[in-house]
Design a protein around this ligand. Structure first.
Ligand SMILES: NC(=O)C1=CN([C@@H]2O[C@H](COP(=O)(O)OP(=O)(O)OC[C@H]3O[C@@H](n4cnc5c(N)ncnc54)[C@H](O)[C@@H]3O)[C@@H](O)[C@H]2O)[C@@H](O)CC1
Ligand SMILES: [K+]
Length: 502
């Protein structure tokens, strides 16, 4: 972001002061957009400003609210003599309107606010993207007091907490709160009703503690004409199809799902149905002979093949029309260990999920066989077994490092699913804010996703459609609802972009 701002300033299109003015104005506009009743009369606001440009934004907000007749109290943490130039400019401008109270007075000030003069808004403009070290000392104590008090404000009086960029203390890259625990704060972070960020969302808005601390997110366009500096690339849904009017079922791909034993057939069946619903022309489940009757009872469109050994699988794969393999869901780890050398040797598009990931984590030989057409789809527990040295890394970095290490796509699941492709970069599919779908955390949802990736051959799009299908269904969803919810999502994408299959 700083680079984006510098780019804009260097190109002479906007000064730093212009950008700060737009940022502050954008926050005020977003506040009144979200809570129109606040625009109807003049309220009271506390603006807490820090020692950098985030504080400068706060001072712009204070002035603009004051211009609208609001009663504004500004607290300031830091040394005004060391403010960066644009923040200093706005500090001096604010002094023509009101005074600035030292941050050290904040805690006592909070105790003096009675039930009848509580503020309608408090603005957190202490730290933004420039936080470089954990917050400690009087700052942590003061911010904790403010946080406790503002939660009371929200619950008892209906006021609102607005964070400029992000709640202060949140590391903009990792989404972790940077609080020095020796200050006595538990590090759980400071909540806001609305975070207003600039130009583009930052990673912290989607990963780590960010979505737990931010109730709603707004992005203000600062008129910066570049996307090169976006901190995070969100998956953009698009109407993608492997269907052409000249094609037939084989041109749409034949997915071979490796199915589990008699007592655990459901996971492979979910994956198989999802692959068909997401665009595969044909889907076959290869499974132990003694389990085929169970598969047969449940499946109509999915074909079945007996497969009790790696040799049988190898024979089957002589047929080049099996252009995609999907394995792992309830396969059994030992079976996965036995089959994976053949699977990887086949050099097909291969979705490796669940037990197959656990099998990988037990064998460096198998890891050495991974190739560029593999897609690994671990959840956090499987990832920890696969890459124990990366678990302490921020999620996006960890997925990227694993993708580089294995030379293939790694889709690290969660509310914030990261899709790291060593060649095409990293995308994030975050089910947060208005895109939240917490009911997607249900048994078998991952099996469906594995099948969708096999059907679509595009892990990022599959992740988005998977989440959207869950959103469309709503609460009460179970995994077997998902495959049949996929068509409506795909159809709406085609309708939106007006690109039917050709
Ligand atoms: N870069 C841009 O394009 C724009 C940035 N703007 C604002 O500028 C912000 C970034 O400004 P800055 O880079 O000045 O960063 P911040 O304002 O986030 O904070 C930097 C200051 O905090 C101090 N600091 C860092 N960690 C600390 C700690 N643990 N305890 C005490 N002090 C600490 C630093 O020494 C520095 O003085 C953005 O978040 C945004 O609010 C906006 O004005 C709009 C344009
Ligand atoms: K902030």
């Amino acid at each position: 972001m700083r680079a984006a701002e510098q780019h804009e300033i260097t190109a002479g299109r906007q000064s730093g002061a212009d950008l700060m003015e737009r940022a502050g104005r954008g926050v005020v506009d977003e506040i009144f957009k979200k809570w129109p009743k606040l625009a109807l009369s003049s309220g009271t606001a506390i603006v807490v400003c820090g020692p950098g440009n985030n504080g400068g934004d706060g001072l712009v907000i204070a002035r603009l609210l004051h211009d609208r007749g609001w009663d504004v109290t500004v607290f300031f943490y830091g040394d005004s003599g060391r403010l960066p130039p644009d923040a200093r400019l706005n500090y001096d401008r604010w002094l023509k309107y009101g005074n600035v109270r030292p941050f050290a007075e904040l805690k006592d000030f909070l105790t003096t606010i009675g039930d009848h003069n509580h503020p309608d808004l408090w603005i957190d403009a202490v730290f933004g993207t420039g936080l470089t070290r954990p917050i400690g000392g009087e700052l942590a104590v003061g911010l904790s007091a403010l946080s406790n008090w503002s939660s009371d404000l929200v619950s008892s009086h209906g006021g609102y907490v607005v964070a400029v960029e992000m709640p202060s203390g949140l590391n903009s890259d990792t989404g972790d709160m940077m609080i020095d625990r020796s200050s006595g704060d538990d590090g759980s972070g400071w909540y806001c009703d609305l975070a207003v960020t600039f130009h583009a969302p930052k990673r912290c808005h989607f990963v780590g503690q960010g979505p737990d601390l931010i109730d709603d997110l707004a992005v203000v366009d600062l008129g910066i004409r570049t996307n090169d500096f976006d901190a995070v690339r969100l998956v953009r849904p698009r109407a993608k199809t492997n269907m052409t009017t000249a094609g037939h079922k084989y041109t749409r791909g034949h997915v071979l799902v490796l199915g589990g034993p008699r007592h655990s057939t459901g996971a492979a069946r979910l994956a198989a149905r999802a692959a068909l619903r997401s665009g595969a022309g044909l889907v076959t489940i290869a499974a132990p002979r003694d389990a085929l009757d169970i598969y047969a009872c449940h499946e109509t469109e999915v074909m079945l093949r007996p497969m009790d050994s790696a040799q049988e699988l190898q024979d089957m794969l002589q047929d080049a029309r099996f252009d995609c393999l999907c394995l792992g869901p309830a396969l059994g780890v030992e079976t996965a260990v036995a089959l994976m050398p053949t699977v990887l040797d086949a050099d097909r598009y291969t979705v490796i999920d669940a037990d197959a990931i656990t099998a990988l984590s037990r064998s460096t030989d198998l890891i050495g066989q991974l190739h560029a057409k593999c897609v690994l789809t671990p959840h956090s527990g499987e990832f920890a077994r696969l890459c124990p040295d990366l678990v302490s890394e921020p999620k996006i970095d960890a997925a990227e490092a694993a993708a580089q290490r294995f030379g293939c796509t790694v889709l690290l699941k969660g509310r914030d699913t990261v899709i790291a492709d060593p060649h095409f970069g990293t995308q994030l599919c975050a089910s947060v804010y208005e895109d939240a779908a917490p009911w997607l955390g249900t048994a078998g949802a991952g099996d469906v996703l594995a099948g969708m990736i096999a059907g679509m051959r595009d892990p990022a799009q599959a992740a988005w459609v998977h989440a959207q299908a869950a959103r469309n269904f709503g609460v009460g969803l179970i995994a077997s609802d998902l495959p049949d919810t996929i068509p409506a999502v795909l159809q709406s994408l085609w309708a939106e972009t007006e690109t039917p299959p050709r």
